[in-house]
Design a protein around this ligand. Structure first.
Ligand SMILES: [Zn+2]
Length: 167
């Protein structure tokens, strides 16, 4: 069992607290990324979609997981289980320092996550206090005008990384 932390960063202009719409443990927020089979090394062709609201019973033992998938090449089955409670919003401070914010932790058996894709369902606040809802980062850029702060706001260059956590 290996734990992978998905971490994100982006350039924030007059913005802070970038996070999923319903907070870091938003049950409806969808995570899109590819899976690489640890048996044969083949990556999945398409991104897999995971969310906290979708879970299935584990094939053995008790408990639930968020994904059970068979590798199309070698047939081995793997699971991905989301571990909420460890996410943090991406603040202006982290962004300016070039640091990443942890978003979600995934316990992977048989797979390794790769190539996270930014989609919709984000929220972010302006430094003047305006909240922007349902921000879509699939075009990797978001621009608006903040009436309260009387300034343009922008999210650009979103990037992500999966970091292996030691238990
Ligand atoms: Zn395989």
């Amino acid at each position: 069992m290996v734990l992978f932390a998905l971490q994100i960063t982006a350039e924030l202009e007059n913005l802070t607290n970038l996070q999923p719409q319903g907070g870091c443990d938003d049950p409806e927020f969808t995570y899109l990324f590819k899976l690489k089979c640890q048996s044969c090394g083949e990556p999945t062709q398409k991104e897999t979609a995971l969310s906290l609201s979708e879970s299935v019973p584990l094939p053995v033992g008790k408990g639930t997981t968020n994904l059970i998938q068979k590798c199309k090449f070698c047939g081995r089955e793997g699971t991905v289980t989301m571990m909420p409670g460890r996410g943090q919003p991406l603040t202006e401070e982290l962004s300016e320092a070039g640091k990443f914010a942890p978003l979600m932790v995934f316990e992977c058996r048989g797979y390794e996550p790769a190539d996270y894709v930014f989609g919709g369902g984000w929220k972010v606040q302006s430094l003047a206090g305006t909240t922007f809802d349902d921000v879509d980062l699939s075009e990797e850029e978001f621009t608006e005008y903040d009436e309260k702060g009387e300034c343009p706001v922008m999210i650009s260059k979103p990037s992500s990384t999966f970091v292996v956590l030691k238990n």
